[in-house]
Design a protein around this ligand. Structure first.
Ligand code: SF4
Length: 273
């Protein structure tokens, strides 16, 4: 038994070494490669101090995924469709991979699918999705098909997984679920190579910027994504509120509009105002 365990450990170490080497050849599947000089999120504009690292348990490192490397986004979507890497894979109705163009300059990232997304297999549908579409159109002059929209986790986290037909059954993803699913998002980013990521709400902001600060403290500024997706060109991360938060509290609309105007200016000029 001891010998088998030792052999398994050797195999795993060899596999992880192989993944590290492969990271130089995009696209690849595997643990995200941290940008060497970014620590942990580098603020590039405005007033807020750079977020501090979150506790390890809240933001665990992304583990290596399946060794099979997808040739393109469609192959990656197929992997997600068949994924059972965490418990959510056994209870979802549909994996929610993402929607939009693979040539998007901006990628919007939410927390995870809810009831309607699970049923439809598409992110940000329902009232939150309609509001996001409205923001895209009125502030950015873009349609859903002009951008890309995805979530940190691709399957619906439920309080009671035995009852996917009940409303109000949503819960935030656990750190383990985020850790299991996060590599899919970075792989999507490697295929799309956007200029900018907009995180919608606290959970994706904390995860992608490796911070434990809430969205109200982090928004209003742009940061460099602390994972190297395109060598030598950091992707900008612009955090803002989740549309559901705006539906609950319309007073957040003004700040959201300001954030979206920053996105628009960056897409038009390549600079953060
Ligand atoms: S949430 Fe992500 S890691 Fe978990 S089963 Fe779904 S696709 Fe796989």
């Amino acid at each position: 038994m001891k010998r088998e365990l030792a052999e398994a450990a050797k195999d795993l170490a060899a596999y992880l070494r192989n993944q590290d080497e492969n990271l130089a050849e995009p696209p690849c599947m595997g643990a995200a490669k941290a940008a060497p000089v970014l620590s942990p999120a580098v603020k590039t504009t405005k007033k807020a101090a750079a977020p501090q690292p979150a506790a390890e348990k809240e933001n665990p490192p992304a583990p290596a995924m399946t060794p099979k490397r997808p040739a393109d986004m469609d192959a990656l979507a197929e992997q997600v469709k068949n994924c059972r890497s965490c418990g959510l894979g056994g209870t979802r109705l549909n994996a929610v991979f993402g929607v939009g163009t693979y040539k998007a300059k901006v990628v919007f990232v939410g927390e995870g699918p809810g009831f309607q997304e699970d049923h439809k297999g598409e992110p940000f549908v329902g009232r939150s999705g309609q509001l996001l579409d409205k923001i895209l159109e009125t502030v950015l002059g873009l349609k859903r098909s002009d951008v890309y929209i995805a979530n940190i986790v691709k399957c619906h986290p439920m309080k009671n997984p035995a009852d996917p037909e009940s409303h109000g059954n949503d819960r935030p993803p656990t750190p383990d679920e985020i850790s299991a699913c996060r590599p899919y998002l970075d792989e999507q980013l490697r295929f799309i190579k956007p200029a900018c990521i907009v995180t919608l709400g606290s959970v994706p902001t904390k995860v992608l910027l490796k911070t434990d600060k809430g969205i109200s403290l982090v928004r209003g500024s742009a940061y460099d994504y602390p994972v190297e997706i395109v060598p030598g060109r950091p992707i900008k991360v612009i955090p803002t509120y989740h549309p559901a938060a705006l539906l609950r509290n319309p007073n957040l609309k003004r700040d959201t509009w300001e954030d979206m105007k920053m996105v628009k200016a960056f897409l038009e000029t390549g600079k953060i105002p």
